[in-house]
Design a protein around this ligand. Structure first.
Ligand SMILES: C[S+](C)CC[C@H](N)C(=O)O
Ligand SMILES: N[C@@H](CCS)C(=O)O
Ligand SMILES: [Zn+2]
Length: 325
């Protein structure tokens, strides 16, 4: 049996053709005072400040997000083990990432239902699964350069246990994020089958040039693989510049019939060595929401923001695309 995107499709239909994804999680955690100049990046918060994660989820819900992405992007078992944690402790942290989002969703929805004038939807929770490059913490989720020792089996082994733990924690869907190369897309696609995953997944890619994956490979070859999988319901782009997204949507529309998700960053560029964002190109919130409208018109049905976007970005997208708060 395939992993049908029923709940996602219902949400999109109810909203007149769009679902709003939340914005940068790490970005907003930093805005609330978290500091993570660290190989675990935002996953540090799962250990140190889980209450902040819940607070950020609530802020995005209040801003109008229909889909929350969990705090597990750079939370990996090898990453936690390298900090001296046990396997059990690492798995508990992964479970915690889903639990925090589910709790925020449930409490927000309970209140929203009590307010007759509220226009909110019951949000879905997507468990974030960052690329192998995110775990490497060297910026390679924007290059796809994993080196010669990384093959298909190594990538499957890397993703397997986290995938199992996150699925068991009960999210509504899985969000593979910032995938930079075809090999990793293939590893994920095969793994979803091997593990017989029964919830829908999205696989979103990074791109630097608006034509190719970050690795320089063609999207056609990559989407040919994803199109064979019933487990992959949604494909798209995340954490790329908003200026290149429209072109990518047009390309994807020719290459796949799957639902399209786009949630670009602000246009700033990540310096993996210095661990900071450089050169704002398009930090204008108004511009981002107008671009989002174009993305919707071009065929994207799940739209949100990634790094350096904030609840205010999501509020403006939500208002413009859904014509309600
Ligand atoms: C989405 S990037 C900004 C996350 C951080 C990166 N994987 C690093 O650790 O450098
Ligand atoms: N879900 C992650 C994506 C980083 S590219 C975040 O928003 O922090
Ligand atoms: Zn990002």
């Amino acid at each position: 049996m395939g992993s049908e995107a029923g709940a996602v499709e219902e949400l999109i239909a109810r909203n007149g053709g769009v679902a709003v994804i939340d914005g940068g999680l790490a970005t907003q955690l930093e805005a609330l005072g978290a500091v993570f100049n660290d190989p675990l990046w935002s996953a540090l918060c799962l250990i140190r400040d889980p209450h902040l994660i819940k607070q950020v989820h609530l802020q995005y819900l209040e801003a109008g997000a229909d889909i929350l992405v969990t705090s597990s992007y750079q939370a990996t078992i090898p990453g936690f083990l390298s900090r001296g944690m046990s396997l059990e402790e690492g798995e508990l942290l992964l479970q915690r990432s889903v639990k925090l989002a589910l709790e925020a969703r449930d409490s927000f929805w309970k209140l929203a239902q009590q307010n007759e004038e509220s226009n909110y939807n019951c949000a879905l929770v997507a468990a974030s699964i960052g690329s192998y490059g995110a775990y490497l913490a060297d910026g390679s989720e924007y290059s796809g350069n994993y080196g010669p020792s990384v093959d298909l089996e190594k990538l499957k082994d890397f993703h397997r246990r986290r995938l199992q733990v996150l699925v068991d924690a009960g999210p509504d869907l899985l969000a593979f994020e910032t995938i930079p190369n075809k090999l990793e897309a293939q590893a994920i696609t095969e793994l979803l089958d091997e593990e017989n995953i029964q919830i829908p997944s999205w696989i979103c890619f990074s791109s630097m040039d608006g034509e190719h994956l970050s690795s320089g490979e063609d999207f056609k070859d990559c989407l040919d693989i994803l199109n064979t999988s019933e487990k992959v319901s949604i494909v798209g782009i995340n954490c790329a510049s908003p200026l290149i997204v429209e072109n990518l949507i047009r390309q994807f529309k020719k290459l796949t019939k799957k639902l399209l998700a786009v949630y670009p960053n602000s246009g700033e560029v990540w310096d993996g060595r210095a661990k900071k964002w450089l050169q704002p190109e398009c930090a204008n919130e108004k511009r981002f929401d107008l671009l989002a409208k174009r993305w919707h018109e071009c065929g994207a049905s799940l739209i949100g923001g990634c790094c350096r976007t904030t609840p205010s970005t999501i509020r403006s997208i939500s208002m413009l695309l859904k014509n309600k708060p």
